[in-house]
Write a protein that binds this ligand. Structure first.
Ligand SMILES: [Zn+2]
Length: 263
């Protein structure tokens, strides 16, 4: 089972979310309480001989200090989040260089505990002192951040090569987008000027229509001055696509016409 990112769990992208920031920190705290009662694991079925978070069990003040930090981190962009983790990895790699020992991928039983637990200082001496002395394994670090083990290994590789984990597709256009930009957008601009703009305005009437299209359509006998439904934006767009011989599909979910793809 893959852990969902904190962004998803805390509903940070959901504008309609009813969670307050206090609720969000509470959610993280509850997770830490649960995690601290177990042995560290690579996955829940594969426990390790390590329980580096156990001293946090029942310590609400310490858990809150960690939760506040995780909440702050969760609000960063994915790239910033990775950079924060890379900094931590770089610190450990430097220690490896200085001590000439394998720390981050240690093979000793239970593994190593190279990371300081992440937290925001509380100004309570006792709590800060305790947090400052808690060193954790990479599995616990990943669990706290809800960061996948494979993704973490990927960051370690980048840190070793001194490269940045930039997605290979950044700045590149995929085939459909390029096709759309080159072939559809110019036609759409033309269509917008000639077909859509004449109908623009808060209440387009037959008069507006006649004025812009230089036609003389007679007002219907029932006196209705509004344009009929075939002049809605989505209908116009659909007829534009249809005129070019493209696939036109009605999407009942969005109650609109799907973008035409070049057929
Ligand atoms: Zn551990």
């Amino acid at each position: 089972m893959r852990l969902k990112t904190w962004r998803t769990v805390l509903e940070l992208n959901d504008r309609k979310s009813k969670l307050t920031d206090t609720d969000r920190i509470k959610k993280i705290t509850e997770f830490i309480e649960d995690l601290s009662s177990k042995k560290c694991y690579i996955k829940p079925s594969k426990e390790k001989e390590c329980s580096c978070l156990s001293s946090l069990h029942g310590d609400v003040a310490a858990q809150n200090a960690i939760s506040s930090y995780i909440f702050y981190w969760a609000q960063k962009t994915p790239f910033e989040q990775q950079m924060v983790l890379m900094e931590k990895i770089n610190g450990v790699l430097l220690a490896e260089q200085l001590t000439k020992k394998k720390i981050i991928s240690s093979r000793q039983k239970g593994g190593s505990r190279p990371f300081v637990v992440p937290y925001f200082g509380t100004n309570v001496e006792e709590t800060d002192k305790k947090l400052n002395s808690i060193f954790i394994c990479r599995e616990s670090l990943c669990a706290l951040y809800h960061f996948g083990g494979c993704k973490f290994a990927h960051l370690v590789r980048h840190a070793k090569k001194k490269t940045k984990p930039v997605h290979g597709n950044v700045g590149k256009m995929n085939v459909i987008t390029r096709n759309h930009r080159e072939n559809v957008v110019p036609l759409l601009q033309d269509f917008f000027r000639k077909a859509v703009l004449p109908y623009s305005g808060p209440r387009p009437t037959l008069f507006t229509h006649n004025f812009f299209t230089k036609s003389v359509e007679i007002t219907p006998s029932d006196g209705i001055q509004e344009l009929d439904p075939r002049y809605t934006k989505s209908r116009l767009y659909a007829s534009f696509a249809w005129d070019h011989g493209w696939l036109v599909k009605y999407d009942p979910k969005s109650q609109g016409w799907d973008n035409p793809l070049l057929s």
